[in-house]
Design a protein around this ligand. Structure first.
Ligand code: TRP
Length: 337
């Protein structure tokens, strides 16, 4: 396939802090593979971070930098992908304004993922004013992100699919209103990766304090894994265990080791020949082994903040050039030159 005929993908991640293994297995490992095949645009969504964190911006810039460090150390490669920061590409904000004019209010109000976000804010006890006009525009801004590069596919997790569906509707409406077929209706590119659980068995997330960060050191990782819940019916080391009831540790084995190893652990556990503590210690070793080269690279990159910034600036410049072409086209069809 030649460079020009490659299909294009766009995806982003909100900059809310250091990334964890849920991000790695759920998103980054997939992007790393996809960048070999697609013309890839990956961006740090700092405006989207502002939709809910507009009043706590002291970490905004550091978070962008940390996300970049995590991406680069996990193998998202600036030679293969265009890596940029959303707010460094002002064309996106302009396109967002155009799209906000044509998006019916009730379309955004129906978006189930957005409803969940608003509900989560209310549950946290935030005031009604925390649900802002900007948050309502969350999926419209996402549409601008995608349409800005006329992407064919959007690799996302299942929770983001309603947003992408809405993006398709908005792009179609734009094409209809302005009588053009220039803009591609983007399709979600789903990954069949199961949700990574946190060490307490809930969905892995920073706010639940149950996550293993890509940038954690070995000791912290081991400590977190040693605290994981196991088969609750097993009281003594030589009680026969039930791997199917050991939702976290057994699941992690499946992610981190071979089928044979999983079978071996399964059988040792059932016979009561391996205790949970030993099992977790071995697992922690395995997890640390897998993360070692990534962490090493992260430490090296952290020594060169200028290089990381340069990569983001370069990528953003490239993204701006592409974005400007599309923005010119938008202005042309809307007749606002
Ligand atoms: N909403 C996405 C998330 O929380 C991040 C995102 C913003 C995104 N804009 C996007 C993903 C455009 C794909 C395409 O994960």
């Amino acid at each position: 396939m030649t460079e020009d005929s490659k299909k294009r993908i766009v995806s982003g991640m909100r900059s809310t802090g250091k990334l964890h293994l849920g991000h790695y297995f759920g998103v980054l490992a997939n992007w790393k593979k996809l960048q070999e095949q697609y013309d890839s645009f990956f961006f740090i969504a700092d405006w989207h971070a502002l939709t809910t964190k507009f009043d706590t911006t002291e970490d905004l810039a550091t978070n962008v930098y940390n996300v970049a460090l995590d991406w680069l150390s996990c193998g998202i490669d600036p030679e293969k992908s265009t890596i940029y920061v959303q707010s460094y590409v002002p064309q996106i904000a302009q396109l967002h304004i155009f799209l906000s004019m044509i998006t019916p209010q009730n379309w955004v109000e129906r978006d189930p993922t957005l409803k969940d976000m608003a509900k989560a804010l209310r549950l946290k006890g935030s005031s009604e004013s925390q649900v802002s006009y900007g948050l309502l525009g969350y999926p419209v801004l996402m549409t601008a992100d995608i349409m800005m590069f006329n992407a064919n596919y959007v690799p996302v997790g299942i929770d983001q699919v309603p947003h992408v569906e809405l993006s398709r509707d908005i792009v179609r409406r734009f094409n209809n209103i302005y009588k053009t077929d220039y803009f591609v209706e983007p399709e979600p590119l789903l990954t069949q990766i199961p949700l990574m659980k946190g060490v307490d068995g809930n969905k892995m997330g920073k706010s639940f304090n149950n996550d293993i960060k890509i940038s954690d050191d070995e000791e912290t990782t081991t400590k977190k894994i040693m605290s994981a819940i196991t088969d609750r019916s097993r009281l003594r080391r030589d009680d026969p265990g039930h791997p199917e009831d050991c939702e976290v540790v057994y699941d992690y084995w499946k992610i981190f080791d071979s089928e044979e190893k999983v079978k071996e652990i399964d059988s040792l556990c059932r016979k009561g020949e391996i205790g949970c503590a030993q099992c977790k210690r071995e697992l922690a070793k395995k997890v640390n082994e897998m993360l070692a080269p990534i962490r090493q690279k992260r430490l090296e990159l952290a020594q060169k903040p200028e290089l990381v910034r340069e990569i983001l600036m370069e990528g953003s410049k490239k993204a701006q050039t592409e974005a400007q072409k599309v923005l010119d086209k938008v202005k042309e069809v809307v007749r606002m030159y």
